[in-house]
Structure formats: C-alpha cells, structure tokens
Design a protein. Structure first.
Length: 214
C-alpha cells in the first residue's frame, strides 16, 4: 500500500496570494502534508498531534521510523503543548537564540503521539525566524511536525523547484515563498538534565552557543 494517493497533484500556492496562508493551513488541519519556506531550508510538515499524518510524513520522505521528526512552534508559549518541562538552561537558550536556527531537545509531552518521537522520551523543537512559517503556525493553531522537504538522503531544498524534485505527487501543497535565506539546517542541542550537549553543529557554531552562556 502506498503512503500517498495515486495521481496526487501537488498544488503550488504563491505567498503573494492574500489567501495563501489560509489555504495551506486548511490543508494541514485536514491532516494533509504541506511544504513551506523556513529560515533554514524548505520544510514539509503537518500537525504534530496527528499520528496518522505524521506517519505519512515519514513514508513520503522515506525517513526511518527510528528517526524522530522535529517540531516547529510559533513561540515559547506553545512549548507546554509539546514538552513536559523546560529547564533554566533551555529557557536561557530560547532567550538568546529564538526565533532562529537552534533546535532544542526537550522532555516529550505525554500527549504527543509515539510516532513523532520514534517511541522515545524527548522531542526536538524550535521557533523558526521566518515570517511565513510563523504566520502558518499561528493560522493552523497548533505546533507542526516538520522536517526538510526532501526525500531522505538527498539535499535539503532551498526553493520550490527543489521541493518538487523531491516530493511532487507525494504531498498536497507547497507554499512558494521564494529562496530560503539560510540554506543551512539548524544546530541541535540537548538541554535535558541541565547540561548542554551539541548534537549537530550547523547553522549556529557551538562556540557561539557556549559564549552566550558565559
């Protein structure tokens, strides 16, 4: 059984359309998959609390089910929906680097579906610094499960052309917001236990993060 409908046509909605955010948000609320620009690369996502939609997100990307999917929030006020605890270290990093290309590992909220965390006890979450992404999360009204809009093993796309090369016919809709300004995946840090561990050093150097804590 395929993980996406046969003959699915992927629609492209230009961000200049006054209805664009509303159209994309409606698709996501229905449990469909949408690609959109972020401050790093184009992402593809759906509502984080929808286990069936998140499972489909894994499938259309060819992503290993053992690899958790990150969560995007519109701001720290949404963290109680996805994390059961935010310690002092995490709060300090949020103050210094959000919105931006820093992903935090936090203890998982028990209401999140197992699939988004690959059955683990933590989640990866960040607040993107992109006006369209934040507007979309606000319009949806819930945190999004989102990862780069590529098939696993391929380069993360920076524009709609790259998204379509990877996911055309596999997702319902793409928000065309032009070229992504960042082009580099977010840096990932683990703050559980109150100790900083840099798990992936990309957009923000580890040195910059450590200096911010001094």
């Amino acid at each position: 059984m395929t993980s996406f409908p046969a003959n699915l046509k992927t629609r492209i909605i230009n961000a200049d359309d006054s209805r664009a955010i509303s159209i994309i948000a409606d698709e996501i609320r229905r449990g469909n998959l949408a690609a959109f620009p972020t401050d790093t690369v184009y992402g593809v996502g759906t509502i984080a609390s929808n286990a069936e939609a998140v499972t489909r997100l894994y499938n259309v990307k060819g992503r290993r089910m053992q690899k958790p999917i990150p969560i995007l929030v519109k701001g720290p006020e949404q963290l109680p929906l996805v994390a059961r605890e935010v310690n002092d270290l995490a709060n300090l990093l949020i103050e210094k680097f959000w919105p931006g290309a820093l992903t935090l590992i936090l203890p998982r909220h028990p209401d999140l579906p197992d699939v988004i965390c690959a059955g683990g006890d933590t989640i990866a979450v960040r607040m993107p610094a992109h006006v369209l992404t934040l507007a979309l999360i606000r319009e949806v009204g819930s945190p999004l499960a989102a990862t780069s809009a590529n098939q696993s093993g391929k380069d993360s796309p920076l524009d709609v052309h790259g998204v379509l090369l990877n996911l055309k016919g596999r997702i319902e809709v793409v928000l065309d917001g032009g070229m992504c300004p960042g082009g580099i995946d977010s840096t990932v840090v683990d703050t559980t236990g109150g100790v900083l561990r840099v798990l992936r050093e990309t957009a923000i150097p580890a040195r910059v993060i450590r200096e911010a804590l001094e």
